[in-house]
Structures are given as structure tokens and as C-alpha cells.
Ligand binder design. Structure first.
Ligand code: FRU
Length: 485
């Protein structure tokens, strides 16, 4: 049996029942999931692959799992697409992307191998590989790797050269990958090709110059609303004011691209998400021209899932990206609204003290709230509450800060529970859109100019939502439950 057949057999035999999973957020069919990969359209279907270790709930030799969808919300499980089974990728099929061509559905991914040197030391090598498929089955081409690490400029790391994101422009394929130089400083490197097989090194598209962490993982680069956007996920970041936190996180740079010298100049650099669980996002161009992003909804440094749970890792809800006034906005894809049920609306509702509102509760829910006016200093939304548990977002008006706290979410690990986010677009009103799906919350602030994503594994019977105001606030509130069938 090949490694791929073995993985597929294991996946079938260890399939996890949907009832203990989120409703519309993707999880691994079984075992472990990290980065989204190969987010693309092929023959009219939306494809999303993912870094996959089916055999247990820890990271391990990387396979590519696979889902397809017609609307970004309802996903169908597919056979495992790639297993680490060739001389050029036996230590892992790491992250990558996909593109539709006349030949088929092409996957460009990082093959990892480990070489033993003559002195007995081991050396990891990462290089870019190509596979071709029909939307269900994928086969690696014979002449891999298509971009050996030796194509990198002198002094660049051969161990850290990964996560190719491919696109096509005027009949030419381009690819951006993450790497670093000898000082461990992150780089996004650019290549071009006419056939996805023979590649030419073009440039360092963007250079960290010691600013945002070290190695840059999972770069993504695209034009949007008259600007260019570079997304990178640096490792080893250090906290910087209320913009960046410690550890791995995703950073978005909005700027201009010079296609003569293949250089990107950033004008705005901010956190892509301010929460505890958001990493390695990837975007795709939908058939109607929307730029849609999905990210891994977990942190490398925190594992808070209940030990008995047979799956580990989730994806965010797919989000539409837009640029307005030079700034990036995110919104859950509009298709989510097709699954909204049971509308509950309060207009100009006065809230003071701690209260619940009839009809407002739930763990698979969309909750929109606009704070219109009032005489108060703090306004808090508690969720996943019962007598024992509660998590909150608190708006601290004087400081223009939103504070998050999941201390009482049922956690038994000593991990980051509290984090604050400085609100960028301030004004009289504050708009909050919260999307819950059993074990996660995604908060979109002021139409998505900032987002905050976090996971929690609070027992599902804790489904209350409560409000608290230290004065009186007037709010418009709109709530839906979200149901798929
Ligand atoms: C990011 C990452 C990628 C790599 C993959 C391995 O989370 O470290 O750089 O390709 O995960 O699973």
C-alpha cells in the first residue's frame, strides 16, 4: 500500500462524526490540521487543501488534506491529495498553493528532505515541487523539485525556503515564497515561469530588514483596489505596543509594486488579526473577482483543546478583503448570510447594568451590535456563559481599547487568555460583528478594519450571551443563529 492509500484508509476508518465539530468552520477529517493550502477555483468548484497529519492530533509528516465547496460555507470532504512519499518530499509536503491551467489543477508545494552529511550531522532542505490533478486525484511530476534551493541568492537559507504562492499574469506564472538570509532575517522571494516547470529567480520582493520577526512564512501577494498587498506570517515576533504580540503572527503590508524591478514598497504595515488564534492565511480570487482569505485558526504556541478530542485545528470563516482609503478591510463572505436563521432585532435598546436580552444567546451565531451613544465608560459582551463559564470582549471607551478575556472558558492550560486591541477608526459609534461557531469567535470591528480571532473549548451547554454597561448605552442589535441544513 502506498503512503497515500494508507492515509486515505486511515482517514476513512477514523472519520470523526460532524456533531462534535464546528458547524461551518473547516476542521481536519481526523487528526491534525495547520495552514490552508491550494485555496483556488478549479472547474467552477472552490478547493481548499490543508496541512494534514491524519494519524494523531499533533503535527507530524505533512500530507495535504482536501475539501471542496460551492459557496465557501458548506464543504465536502475529499480524499487526501498528497502524502510525503517521494525522494524529493519524504520529510513532508509543506504548504503551497494551486492554480487552474489548461493542463489541470496544478499544486505547487514545498518538498522537504533531510540529508545526512559526511560528519553525521543532518541537514534539512526545502524546495518547491509540482503536482497535477483533476480536482480529486493528484500526481507529482517526475522532475521535482522545480525550484531547487540552489536557485536562491548566495547566503540564503536552504533549510527555510517554503510556502510558494503562485499566480498568473499576462500568460506568465509568478511565485512568491518565504525565506531568510544568514542573519535569519525574513525575505519574500519572487520567481517567474512560462510553464510552472522551469523557474527563474527574479528578486527579493520584500525585505524584513530586522523589523518583523525572523523567518517569513506563507507569503501572499496580490493587487487589490488599486494597491498591492503583501501578507506574511513571521516567526519569532516581539510585542510592539498594542500592534504586534509575541510569537508567530500574520502581518499585512499595503503598498505599491514596481513591476520593472520586481520590488514592493510598503506604505502601511499592521497586524492582520489581533486575536490569539490566527496564522498562515492564504487568499484566492473567486470567480466573481472577490479576493477571499482563509487562515489557520490556531496558535503554534498554544494547545488548549481537550485531550480527548480527536481533531486539532480549524480554519477561519472565509473573509472577503477590500481596500478603502489605503486600509485593508475584512468581512465574512456574504454567502454566510444564506444560512442565517431566526432573526432577533433590537433598535435603540438602552442597556445598563448586567443583563440578558430575550432571544440573544447561542454558540453558532452571528451577533451584530452598534453602540450608538450613551453615558458610560465600559461596555462588555459576555459569551459562552453559564454559572461557571464566561468569555468577554470589553470596550474601554476612554482608552479606545477592546479587551478580550477567555480566562473562564474552561481552560486547564496556562496560556495567553487576555489580550487588548487598540481601536484604529475611532468615532462616536462602535460597530461589532461577532461570529461564533461552537469553539471560536471572530470579531469584526467597524466594518472589518480590524479583526480579532480566538478559540475556546468551553462546554457547549454554556451558550449564554450577556451585556454589561457601567452607565447607559444605546445599541442596535441584530442576531441570527447559523444552520447548515
Ligand atoms: C506555517 C508552516 C509553514 C510550513 C508548514 C508546515 O504554519 O510552518 O511555513 O510550510 O507550516 O506544516
Amino acid at each position: 500500500m502506498t503512503k497515500l492509500e494508507k492515509a486515505n484508509k486511515y482517514q476513512e476508518e477514523n472519520h470523526i462524526d460532524k456533531s462534535c465539530k464546528p458547524v461551518f468552520h473547516i476542521t481536519p477529517v481526523t487528526g491534525w490540521m495547520n495552514d490552508p493550502n491550494g485555496f483556488s477555483v478549479y472547474k467552477g468548484k472552490i478547493h481548499l487543501f490543508y496541512q494534514y497529519h491524519p494519524y494523531n492530533t499533533e503535527w507530524g509528516p505533512m500530507h495535504w488534506g482536501h475539501y471542496i465547496s460551492d459557496d465557501f460555507i458548506k464543504w465536502e470532504e475529499m480524499p487526501v491529495a498528497l502524502a510525503p512519499d517521494e525522494s524529493f518530499d519524504y520529510a513532508g509536503c509543506f504548504s503551497g498553493s494551486a492554480i487552474e491551467t489548461e493542463e489541470g489543477h496544478m499544486l505547487v508545494y514545498t518538498g522537504v528532505i533531510e540529508k545526512e552529511n559526511s560528519d553525521g550531522t543532518k541537514e534539512v532542505i526545502q524546495h518547491q515541487c509540482l503536482a497535477k490533478g483533476d480536482g480529486v486525484h493528484y500526481e507529482k511530476i517526475k522532475d521535482n523539485p522545480v525550484i531547487p534551493a540552489a536557485y536562491l541568492p548566495e547566503g540564503f537559507s536552504r533549510q527555510d525556503f517554503r510556502d510558494p504562492k503562485v499566480w498568473e499574469e499576462d500568460g506568465i506564472y509568478y511565485l512568491v515564497a518565504g525565506s531568510r538570509d544568514g542573519k535569519h532575517d525574513g525575505k519574500a522571494v519572487l520567481f517567474k515561469s512560462e510553464d510552472l516547470r522551469k523557474w527563474e529567480y527574479l528578486s527579493v520582493l520584500a525585505d524584513n530588514r530586522g523589523r518583523y520577526g525572523k523567518m517569513w512564512e506563507c507569503p501572499d501577494f496580490f493587487a487589490l483596489d488599486g494597491k498591492h498587498v503583501l501578507i506574511v506570517s513571521p516567526m519569532d515576533m516581539q510585542a510592539d505596543r498594542q500592534e504586534f504580540h509575541n510569537g508567530n503572527q500574520s502581518v499585512v503590508m499595503v503598498g505599491e509594486y514596481n513591476s520593472q524591478d520586481y520590488k514592493f514598497t510598503e506604505e502601511q504595515v499592521v497586524s492582520l488579526d489581533y486575536g490569539t488564534d490566527f496564522y498562515a492565511p492564504q487568499t484566492m480570487l473567486a470567480q466573481d473577482g472577490r479576493r477571499i482569505m482563509v487562515a489557520w485558526m490556531k496558535s503554534w504556541d498554544m494547545d488548549i483543546r481537550p485531550q480527548e478530542q480527536k481533531w486539532n485545528g480549524m480554519m477561519t470563516v472565509p473573509r472577503q478583503l477590500e481596500i478603502k482609503d489605503g486600509l485593508l478591510y475584512q468581512a465574512p463572505v456574504k454567502e454566510l448570510k444564506n444560512y442565517y436563521k431566526d432573526q432577533v432585532v433590537y433598535k435603540e435598546k438602552e442597556i445598563s447594568g448586567r443583563c440578558t436580552l430575550p432571544g440573544i444567546s447561542g454558540r453558532v451565531t452571528s451577533l451584530e451590535l452598534e453602540l450608538l451613544c450613551g453615558d458610560y465608560k465600559t461596555f462588555t459582551i459576555y459569551f459562552a456563559t453559564n454559572e461557571k463559564y464566561s468569555i468577554y470582549f470589553r470596550y474601554i471607551r476612554d482608552e479606545q481599547v477592546i479587551e478580550y478575556d477567555r480566562t473562564y472558558s474552561g481552560m486547564i492550560r496556562d496560556v495567553v487568555c487576555k489580550r487588548t486591541m487598540k481601536i484604529k477608526k475611532t468615532g462616536d459609534k462602535l460597530k461589532l460583528h461577532l461570529i461564533f461557531d461552537k469553539f471560536s469567535v471572530e470579531l469584526f470591528v467597524n466594518d472589518g478594519i480590524q479583526t480579532f480571532t480566538s478559540v475556546f473549548y468551553t462546554p457547549l451547554e454554556a451558550a449564554g450571551i450577556e451585556f454589561e454597561c457601567d452607565g447607559t448605552a444605546m445599541a442596535d442589535i441584530e442576531k441570527y443563529s447559523i444552520e447548515l441544513d
